[in-house]
Each structure stands twice: as structure tokens, then as C-alpha cells.
Design a protein around this ligand. Sequence first.
Ligand code: MRU
Length: 375
Amino acid sequence: MNVTVHGRTRHFRTVTFDVAANAVLLIEQRLLPHEFRIVPARDFRQTARAIKDMIVRGAGAIGATAAYGLAQGARAFRGRDLAKFLAHVETVYATLKAARPTAVDPVNAMNFVRAAMRAGETVEEQQALALATAEEFANEDVRHCEAIGQHGAKLIRSGMNVLTHCNAGWLAFVDIGSATAPMYAAQAQGRKFHVFCDETRPRSQGATLTAWELAQQKISHQVIADNAAGHLMQRGKIDLVIVGSDRTLGRTGEVANKIGTYTKAVLAARHGIPFYVAIPLSTIDWQIKSGFDIPIEERDESEVLGAWGMAGVAKSGARASRSPGRVYARVANPTSGALNPGFDVTPAELITGIITPAGILKPRELWGRRRELGG
Ligand code: MRU
């Protein structure tokens, strides 16, 4: 995606790898939209920490980060003892997997890398295969998002109002995004439409990340409070909903995504509005049999009890020279606690279609097409 910072436009990927430094390079997403900075994660523990602390977030992006993190950990091993190397790789795998539990992409990505590594007979060969396969995963993520865009663009007509939740944009992937891919493709085909970005409390990925991406891409948009969607739907102001997913069950078509997605799906069904989910194949879980078995991440209560923001930012985006930068403000009653589930599960019957790189499918069609979809 092209990013314009201080008048200069350059193409960036959300996640890349510095081979010489054996470092994973990440866009520091917690600073956006106020500051654009690339930061290195210098070893696999730092990479896991960057996923946990949400320097990088979004299912596809943390999938690619985990793939690079596995290669990074493997490449840091010194010695020729294959058994010791494999035990070390196991530790790297477990550390990265534990960073965030709901998205299945990191596990699918690391399984892809580990399977390819087995073709190597020496430590050195396995290390080289790990990096090459992590690059392959990242490139495939981009190709899948491109294909999602081509299939999904036909859903967006000029004049439409489209609602999206959280950030399933290029910041949530290596490039392009899943829910945003049809928007970018429709824009490239000359269509004019408007996007409502759910603010997406508690971390506000819609207000900060999706709004910034759409502004960068010059797509007409407005941020809405999470509670505004029902009202807008009732007044005929939303024509289509497109969201992403952190884990889509291949057996049932259920979709885990950012908390609040289920509410939007119920509202869309109530108002007869088509509700689509856009996913690359790495988001499909072919094992789990019920949405109730998906591990739902519980995050710190401070996210609900307050909010992060940038102090002293003018409407133009300029920061006052003496501004204290990123600050946390307590909003809730000081003596109250909070519950903070990060994701929810939307049942198949509320989903009009799943936009995959192989085309738009009904949620319950996934299982029947599992060979073609990599299951
Ligand atoms: O907690 P986050 O910001 O990682 O959650 C991201 C989402 O829920 C996205 O909608 C999801 O990852 C789908 S797009 C990759």
C-alpha cells in the first residue's frame, strides 16, 4: 500500500524481514494515525512480544509475523546438532503461538513453514528453508488479498454506503487487506462509494487504523460510534457490511472476529442488509467443530476502563511541539473493574457470503470445497 508521510509517497508492507540483522520489521500500529514508524523486533521473543502488545495486529499480519518469527528463531540457532535445533524450533513455535490465541493464521503460517523445513537434512538447510517459506507465506497473503478484491469488488456499486468493523485492511495483512480489498478494487474500477468505519472500542482500530488507511487511499469515509450502526441501518443508510475474520470454521462456517461483529451481523439480518466476511485461506480452521470451542482472547481491563490517544494534535494532524505524545486517559469510575473479551463468534446463518481467494461462497460450502481451499 502506498503511504504518504510528510508529502512523500512510498510503498510499504506491514511486515518485512531484514535478513542481515535477522530482524522482523513492523509498522508500529499503536502510534497510528499520528505517527508512522517502522520498528525492528530483534529476536523471536521480541517478535512474540510485538504480537502480544499489538505493535502488529490483525490476523493476516500476525500470521506473517509469526512465520518470520519462526524463521528468525531458527536462524539464531548456533550449532549442527539437528535434535537440539528441532527442540529450539519447538520453543520458538510455542512462544509465538501463545502470543495471541484467537487468530488461527499464526498457527497455519508456522505449520506451513515447519512442514517445508522438514525437506532440509542439515540445520543450515532447514534455516534457509524457514526464511524462504516465511517469504512465500507473506507473498501468498498478498496474492490472496488481491484475489479477494477481484471477487468482492462486484458487491460494491457506485453510491453505496458500506459498513466495516475493526481493521481488516492492509495493516491487518501484509498488504491490501481482506475487507478493504473489495473497496480498493472497486475504487480502481472507478466506483464512488462511502464507508462507515465502526470506531471499534475498546482499542479503536476502526477510528485509528481503518480511517487512516481510507484517508491515505482517498476513499470517502466517516467514523461512527459502535452503537450508531443500528440507527443507520434502520434509516436505510447502510447497504452492505464487509468484515474480516480471525478464525473461520471450515466445518460450520462460523466466524470469529473482533468483538462487536456478531452484534452487527444480527442487526444486518434484522434489516435485510447483506453481511459478508472476507478471508484468505490461512484464516480457515479445519479442525474445530464448534464456535464455542474457539479460544476467545481476554485482554486487560484497562482497555475498557480508559482510552489511548495522542495529546495536542490539531485537526490538520500536526502535533504541538510540546505535546506529551501518546497518552492514556482513565474514563470509567476509578473503583470499577471491567470484562474485556476481544472477539466474538458469528453463526453461519447470519452470513450472506464468505469472500475467499477462490470466489464468494456460502459459509456452509467451505467444507465441501475443502480440497480446493487447502483443508
Ligand atoms: O485485535 P486485533 O486488532 O488484532 O483484531 C483484528 C480483527 O479483529 C480483524 O477484523 C481481523 O483480524 C480480521 S482481518 C485480518
